[in-house]
Design a binder for this molecule. Structure first.
Ligand code: CTP
Length: 404
């Protein structure tokens, strides 16, 4: 699927540079011709051979190489899009000032292509008035700023400043290539999205949980926000950073999730239950740690059923509200998988069901997903395979059509 596009990926000197490799790879897989312009500092974090092998092109760093072909102008002029990821505070300051003291700065100044930057730095640097001002200057100039996310930083600290995930950056970059998209077709809509997996405590140190990372739900929240929706994200034990700028309610157990989602669903246009909810919880939660010497060689846990939150939301939904469920099944046979999906749909009574197969290696925490979307009659209305961001887009297309 060659797009015939030339994408310049600028990589600057931050630890997140290693993640830029996945951005380069994503564009190569899309059929783009990718040219990496790395600062010398970036190459201290990620090796030139890696970037050359993945981009399938030489990596340029030096302004004084290829002078005869006026390389900085040539690369800048050929670019259909420039993505700088990670963009350090220093690079952002230089871009805001229009400085051109390295190949990347020259390339950007010589280009009229859309510029997308993904900042990455410590929270203090991100919040510093100088950086805030520089980022605003760039935004005013039409530069698209993706992230940063909130989450674990390089050291033991966490906060705003973590580079956005590569698939989110690529999605934003692709949208920048086609101004006007993503459509703001969820403008004025309120969407509640649950993400992650519930944890049911056994004692102060242990819980029954599941392997949901929350990635698909978070991508839905990001994509819906980009399309203009006002989103409430109900986050159960996410393994990925909570996105900055999205109203988020943190929950732990199924009962907490039920209370938060029921509350948020009032007045919402759509509720998307992407979270993996524990069907059972321990009948009693021990006040002290369970000790094996008190239990002997076997330990029997008594579990009680959790409410079916999705079925409850579907039964209580208001006119015009859409309730969308997910079905995670381990069935390998596609036809039997579909039958299980249809049975689940009938049991839950929701408007749409997103059916995906999960297993030891599929589904959870993966970057990609493959789903079929069934309507309330069990008819497949959409299918999607790709990054969780692109799957999120397809699910939202169905929501937009369903809201009418
Ligand atoms: N769900 C829910 N409440 C539960 C269990 C699941 O709301 N107690 C929701 C999930 O958020 C998901 C959908 O129901 O949207 C299907 O979840 P899944 O785990 O696939 O199905 P289960 O209801 O657990 O059915 P089964 O045990 O038969 O797989």
């Amino acid at each position: 699927m060659s797009q015939g596009r030339t994408i310049v990926v600028g990589i600057t000197g931050g630890i997140a540079a290693y993640k830029a490799v996945n951005i380069v790879r994503a564009f190569v897989l899309l059929g783009d011709s990718v040219h990496v312009v790395a600062t010398p500092a970036a190459l201290r974090f990620v090796g030139r051979p890696t970037l050359e092998a993945i981009s399938r092109n030489p990596v340029h760093t030096d302004l004084y190489e290829g002078v005869a072909e006026v390389r900085h102008v040539a690369i800048g002029q050929s670019a259909d899009l420039i993505v700088v990821a990670p963009a350090t505070a220093n690079t952002i300051a230089k871009l805001a000032a229009g400085l051109a003291d390295d190949l990347l700065g020259n390339t950007i100044l010589a280009s009229t292509a859309p510029l997308v930057i993904a900042p990455a730095m410590h929270t203090e640097m991100w919040n510093n008035p100088a950086t805030v001002h520089n980022v605003q200057t760039l935004r005013n100039r039409g530069v698209i700023v993706v992230g940063p996310g909130v989450g674990r930083l390089t050291g033991s600290d966490s906060g705003a400043g973590r580079m956005e995930e590569p698939d989110v950056i690529v999605a934003a970059a692709l949208a920048a290539l086609h101004p006007g998209t993503p459509a703001r077709d969820l403008s004025g809509r309120r969407i509640v999205i649950t993400a992650g997996g519930t944890r049911e405590p056994l004692d102060p140190v242990r819980f029954l949980g599941n392997r949901s990372s929350g990635k698909q739900g978070v991508r839905l929240a990001e994509a819906a926000t980009a399309r203009g929706a006002s989103v409430v994200l109900i986050a159960a034990n996410l393994e990925i950073p909570v996105p900055a700028g999205i109203e988020t309610r943190l929950v732990g157990t199924a009962l907490e999730l039920q209370s938060a989602v029921t509350d948020a669903a009032a007045g919402a246009d759509a509720v998307i239950m992407a979270a993996a909810v524990a069907d059972y919880r321990p009948a009693t939660v021990r006040g002290d740690k369970i000790k094996k010497d008190d239990e002997g060689d076997t330990l029997t846990l008594e579990l009680v059923r959790n409410p079916d939150i999705l079925a409850g939301l579907a039964a209580a939904k208001t006119t015009g509200q859409l309730v969308i469920g997910f079905a995670a099944e381990t069935e390998a046979d596609p036809d039997r998988l579909l039958s299980l999906g249809r049975e689940k749909l009938a049991r839950k009574g929701c408007d749409y069901l997103v059916l995906n197969r999960v297993g030891w290696t599929e589904g959870f925490a993966a970057e990609r997903n493959e789903v079929r979307i069934l309507d309330s009659a069990g008819v497949i209305v959409a299918e999607a395979a790709g990054t969780k961001m692109s799957v999120a887009g397809r699910i939202l297309d169905v929501v937009v059509a369903g809201l009418g």
